[in-house]
Design a protein around this ligand. Structure first.
Ligand code: FEO
Length: 386
């Protein structure tokens, strides 16, 4: 695939993977993107996952058409992109590896056996350039998007911004699906914690004329870039993307679920444009995290367990707070048969979070919903809609 006249796609699709990063469900697989820039000098942009070395080297050889690469630019040392650096060095011992000081520290950690002569390493600084001929590459450090060594690369000739993990999504390259859904789940799962750092690099990118975004996962973006940049702006500033309410719950015997269903009906009847309900014990937790960040309002409904918060609810709240969950309004439903304490426990877990407000109404169900509980649900619905 040609990205421009002189930039070729040499990445691979992983259809066998079960869990990305050992954690995320990827029903449509994963793409590990890699690119080659053909000029007087040739630069390869990152490698791919360990299982695809042969396919990647073949893609590279096909793109090279008998030439040899001069540089391997390492934008990110996470193994889904760096695992084949060793094979690259074996295949092309004359090529120079390009990275920053942190890249090379990690290279030594991941490849302790690799002995690289000093003239085969080029350590660049933020803003430094590398000329390939007509293509002059500028390295833009993007620390913590998603690891500390990450850098973007800008090719001024073709107006292409290579963005490492940023603007990536789950799914192979040939998956036909909406970009935002899997890009949002990917973003909040993987870099959600580092909104401030994403903001910093977006600021640097705003000064560039960008015609194409080449991420290390997901499709190459070449149209309507304001849409993608706008979503990254919203996500990284912890802004509200869509009007609606996320309800995330656990239910042991179905009684808390009944309360959730009743609340969802009330919210819909009151005109809520979207009520996104997740069963934290059974549905994909990463979807729940994505929804919690997508909407400005969240209802947590959980049972009391061991005098505290139910395990999957505890995990969910930790998933939010460790990603700097903020600027949100939260309502709570708790259930308990003798001493309900879940609400207190759930609220306490947000103590260090910024700009979280709780509704005045907390709904307490004693074992099963009763008619009297409906008034409390109604009050909660009114507050969530206010
Ligand atoms: Fe796609 Fe942070 O690795």
């Amino acid at each position: 695939m040609n990205i421009t006249d002189s930039i070729r796609y040499i990445g691979v699709n992983d259809r066998e993977i079960d869990l990305f990063e050992g954690h995320y469900d990827v029903p449509n697989g994963m793409a590990y993107n890699s690119y080659v820039i053909l000029d007087d000098k040739i630069a390869v942009m990152d490698s791919v996952d360990a299982n695809f070395g042969e396919e990647w080297l073949k893609n590279l050889a096909d793109a090279l058409g008998g030439r040899k690469p001069d540089y391997l630019i390492i934008q990110h040392m996470e193994p889904d992109h760096s695992a084949n650096i060793g094979r690259f060095v074996e295949a092309y011992p004359d090529a120079v590896l390009v990275g920053n000081a942190k890249t090379f520290a990690m290279l030594g950690q991941f490849f302790p056996e690799m002995e690289l002569p000093a003239d085969k390493k080029l350590t660049v600084k933020d803003g430094e350039t590398l000329s390939l001929g007509s293509h002059v590459l500028t390295f833009i450090f993007a620390a913590m998007v998603h690891w500390p060594e990450v850098m973007f690369t800008y090719d001024a000739a073709d107006k292409v911004l290579f963005t490492a993990d940023a603007f990536g999504k789950f799914g192979t390259l040939d998956t036909d699906e909406d970009w935002a859904c899997e890009a949002r789940r990917y973003y909040f799962g993987i870099v959600g914690k580092y909104g401030m750092q994403v903001q910093a690099v977006l600021k640097k990118a705003a000064a560039l004329e960008i015609g194409t975004i080449c991420p290390l996962h997901g499709p190459i973006l070449s149209e309507n870039l304001d849409y993608y940049l706008g979503l990254y702006q919203t996500w990284s500033s912890y802004g509200v993307e869509s009007e609606g309410i996320a309800i995330c719950y656990n239910s042991v015997y179905g009684n808390t679920k009944k309360a959730v269903e009743a609340l969802a009906e009330l919210l819909t009847a009151k005109g809520c444009p979207k009520v996104a309900v997740t069963d934290l014990a059974r549905d994909d937790m990463a979807e729940a995290v994505e929804d919690a960040f997508r909407y400005g309002k969240l209802v947590l409904a959980g049972t009391t367990y061991n005098n505290g918060v139910f395990p999957c609810m505890r995990t969910f709240i930790e998933e939010l707070t460790e990603r700097n969950y903020q600027n949100r309004r939260i309502g709570i439903i708790e259930n308990g048969s003798w001493a309900p304490t879940a609400a207190k426990g759930m609220k306490a877990m947000f103590e260090k979070s910024k700009n979280i407000t709780f509704t005045e109404t907390t709904v307490t169900i004693k074992s099963a919903m009763k008619d009297a509980d409906r008034a409390a649900l109604e009050a909660l619905a009114d507050e969530m809609m206010a």
